[in-house]
Design a binder for this molecule. Structure first.
Ligand SMILES: Cc1ncc(C[n+]2csc(CCOP(=O)(O)OP(=O)(O)O)c2C)c(N)n1
Length: 630
């Protein structure tokens, strides 16, 4: 029986003889690697946090203490050791173990996470609630060095003194975000990491730990540490300046040392930050050598590179166009928040190092920074995943759209994202984007329109948001040879097929689906359906839509976004207001969080299949047949 087999619950980790810990960590690593390569997920970060997780579970009781992981992408070992080993092979699949901690999945998951830098705020909240309810347990935030440099985390650090409570912050420092971390504070961390004074202090704390047996000895040790700290001439330390005691740096792969330090931190009377150094990808040579590539892997990845070559994706197409536009116009610059790899911007960054800005995980700053660049005369293209744009909505409204600045938001992973699940769905940008004055909202169906739109933005005024989904980019959809080269003008929808009484208006990624539904209707001998590619969700070409309302009894509207506040709802309202009898039927994502599954499964769950679209048209439109107003 392996050591891992003997672990049924977190309690067993605490009771494990110390000499078995290395074997446990090795087995955990192999298990995480195997499942993550098969199912996809966050490999390098989870491999780097194995000993840290084991140490946390030897010191804290996860059912009583609250351990809050930041992002949660490093918590696979935690999931496995807290009763989810048997189901771990279902990681990130439909109905399976989720890729991030989730309260509904286990009582050991203290907080739902996925977006970065929330752990210290949540920990402070938990600690305050504990104090007010007169409970006694520990609250621990485990945060990476990339996530720590985000505004939300810094706001929480700033609040620690005022909150007058106790939290333990474990800073898991691997020197990396997805790519190497960037910025002035990042360098501050590097200095702390390398500082010999702190190393001496570390030796001292370690010495004290070894000598501690009971409470009295601990008190003595702590006060000696305090005196010692004071007696040392310490270089500036941002944490100490914020009244947060700083201990470290420690070797995060020495589970025994980590256990000792966490025991001590637990008994320390005030809030404390324990700085732990780890290696991203630890134990897997390929991931250690290339932690960015193995940060997140897709299903079926092999360590020697992905088995099947992947088709060109939307991110690549947008990144290539950025390069083209940058060649043509020296004002064009690219801006991103720590997602260079996902957005395929590494080539651009190499080619235009002075015109590429990675601000770290700092979406709010990113958008306002782009506003400043635009006001100063540049043409910034801001790359954001739709889900992370949520962080920067105020900046988009206040710092870009209100001053009507020429910023292009390239919104990637817009729509259903698949295995990352609920936290990462990009379903709100249409509803929000539509409501913001001055912002043009564009959804290309293929690479041809993508280029037309990006170029169009460059030679026009004002901000625009262009949304595109995860996955392969079709070069061209529904373009007849005679029409090629003749693009439909800026702002207009494109009528791809003219049917009789019923039509489908499709947004971006759903155009192909609309064509498939129309093909299916034809195959079944039903009256031909019109298919319209909306292209521009805002502003709306009112004349063309009035014509469509007038000439159709029913129009289904497909979009990969929430139905509430979506494009379909908007068209329905408009149609009604203008007094047409056309029935507009929004077909989009229903009003709930959509859990992890493949993207195709999620489309199915939301009724976005040709069969279901025809059924819904039949149910809603053909049941009652009003006369048309022409
Ligand atoms: C608000 C937000 N922006 C971007 C991301 C994408 N993301 C996930 S993990 C990660 C890097 C985090 O770096 P760090 O905290 O140092 O952890 P590491 O991966 O190095 O273990 C990023 C940028 C996110 N989850 N949330």
């Amino acid at each position: 029986m392996s050591v891992l087999d003997s672990i049924r619950s977190a309690r067993d980790v605490a009771d494990l003889p110390v000499e078995q810990i290395p074997a446990l960590c090795g087995e955990l690593r192999r298990f995480i690697q195997q499942v993550t390569l098969d199912n996809g997920g966050h490999l390098a970060s989870s491999l780097g946090a194995v000993e840290l997780v084991v140490a946390l579970l030897r010191v804290f009781d996860p059912t009583r203490d609250r351990i809050i992981f930041d992002v949660g992408h490093q918590a696979y070992a935690y999931k496995i050791l807290t009763g989810r080993r048997e189901r771990f092979h279902t990681l990130r699949t439909r109905g399976g173990i989720t890729g991030f901690p989730k309260r509904g999945e286990s009582p050991c998951d203290a907080f739902d996470v996925g977006h970065s830098s929330t752990s210290i705020s949540a920990a402070l909240g938990f600690a305050k609630a504990r104090d007010l309810l007169r409970q006694r347990h520990d609250v621990v935030a485990v945060i990476g060095d990339g996530a720590l440099l985000n505004g939300v985390a810094l706001e929480a650090l700033n609040n620690i003194r005022a909150a007058r409570t106790k939290v333990i912050v474990v800073l898991n420092d691997n020197g990396m975000s997805i790519s190497p971390r960037v910025g002035g504070l990042a360098e501050h961390l590097a200095r702390l990491r390398a500082n010999p004074t702190y190393l001496k202090l570390k030796q001292f704390i370690k010495g004290q730990c070894r000598s501690i047996s009971g409470g009295e000895a601990l008190d003595g040790a702590l006060s000696r540490i305090k005196t010692k700290v004071k007696s040392l001439i310490l270089p500036p330390n941002m944490f100490e300046e914020l009244d947060l005691h700083y201990w470290g740096p420690f070797d995060g792969h020495d589970a025994e040392e980590m256990t000792e330090i966490l025991h001590l931190a637990r008994r320390h009377p005030e809030s404390i930050l324990v700085h732990v150094i780890t290696k991203k990808g630890k134990g897997c040579p390929e991931a250690e050598a290339n932690p960015s590539e193995f940060h997140g892997v897709s299903p079926g990845t092999s360590l020697r590179g992905t088995a099947a070559p992947k088709p060109r994706d939307w991110s690549r197409a947008v990144a290539d166009l950025l390069e083209k536009l940058a060649e043509e116009d020296p004002r064009v610059v690219g801006c991103i928040a720590a997602m260079k790899e996902g957005a395929r911007l590494a080539d651009f960054a190499r080619k235009y190092p002075t015109r590429f800005f990675d601000v770290g995980i700092a979406e709010e700053h990113l958008v306002t920074y782009a506003g400043g660049l635009a006001a100063g005369g540049m043409r910034p293209v801001v790359f954001l995943y739709s889900t992370f744009l949520q962080r920067a909505m105020d900046q988009l409204v206040h710092d870009v759209c209100l001053p009507d600045l020429p910023v292009l938001l390239a919104v990637d992973r817009a729509g259903l994202v698949g295995e990352d699940g609920e936290t990462h769905q990009g379903l709100l940008d249409i509803a929000w984007g539509r409501s913001i004055p001055n912002l043009s909202l564009l959804a290309p169906r293929d690479a041809v329109d993508l280029e037309f739109m990006m170029r169009g933005w460059l030679y026009r005024r004002g901000p625009a948001l262009i949304r595109y989904p995860r996955g392969a980019v079709p070069h061209s959809i529904g373009r007849s040879p005679e029409r090629d080269g003749g693009m439909v003008p800026w702002g207009e929808p494109e009528i791809l097929r003219r049917g009789e009484r019923i039509g489908i208006v499709a947004v971006g990624s759903t155009v192909r689906l609309a064509l498939e539904a129309a093909d299916l209707a034809e195959k079944r001998g039903e009256p031909p359906l019109s298919v319209v590619d909306a292209r521009f969700l805002k502003p709306l070409d009112e004349r063309i839509y009035d014509d469509l309302f007038a000439s159709h009894e029913a129009l289904a509207v497909l979009e990969e976004g929430y139905e509430a506040g979506g494009f379909g709802e908007n068209l329905a309202r408009r149609c009604q207001e203008r007094g047409f009898f056309c029935r507009v039927i929004p077909m989009a994502v229903p009003d709930r969080f959509i859990p992890q599954a493949t993207r195709a499964e999620q489309w199915g769950q939301c009724g976005l299949t040709p069969e279901r679209i025809l059924e819904r048209i039949r149910e809603r439109a053909l049941a009652v047949r009003p006369s048309t107003s022409r």
